[in-house]
Design a protein around this ligand. Structure first.
Ligand code: TYD
Length: 138
């Protein structure tokens, strides 16, 4: 397996419909916007600022993360290098392909991380030990 190019992982704009009468914004993710069919939705909230989430990679699962509220950092690791991306807008999402180690940290007060994923929950799809990930990504 060759190392995944982290530079290709960019924030993706989610269409935003601003209300002409000042009633706020609406963002929508329709079928065909993501490169996978959404099989599961979950969200993280009430995460203490000194806690981190994630700390794993997936074998098959692809994931689209959105900071619905507040902000947090996503540290991506391909087994060779790392890159940190801040999510702080509800109309931008981060598409994480399979085979990438991720850690979510620096959650602001009130942050909500929405996760749209390509697979149902299956523990066998997780690589939870960093050393296993390094061996896998070589
Ligand atoms: P975990 O994967 O450790 O969360 P994170 O990566 O966000 O830090 O999951 C925490 C617990 O929740 C773990 O026991 C597995 C369970 N879980 C489910 O049962 N279903 C799910 O869809 C998810 C994402 C987790």
């Amino acid at each position: 397996m060759s190392y995944i190019n982290l530079e290709k992982i960019a924030l993706k704009e989610i269409p935003k419909i601003s209300d002409p009468d000042g009633r706020g914004n609406l963002s929508v993710i329709e079928k065909d916007v993501l490169p996978f069919v959404i099989k599961r939705v979950y969200y993280l909230y009430d995460v203490p600022s000194d806690s981190s989430r994630g700390g794993h990679a997936h074998i098959e699962l692809q994931q689209f993360l959105i900071a619905l509220s507040g902000s947090f950092d996503v540290v991506l690791d391909n087994g060779k290098s790392r890159r940190s991306i801040t999510l702080n807008r509800p109309n931008k999402g981060l598409l994480i392909p399979s085979g990438v180690w991720r850690e979510l940290e620096n959650f602001s007060a009130g942050a909500v991380c929405l996760s749209l994923v390509s697979e149902v929950y299956q523990e066998s799809d997780y690589i939870r030990e960093y050393q296993d990930f390094l061996n896998y990504s070589k």
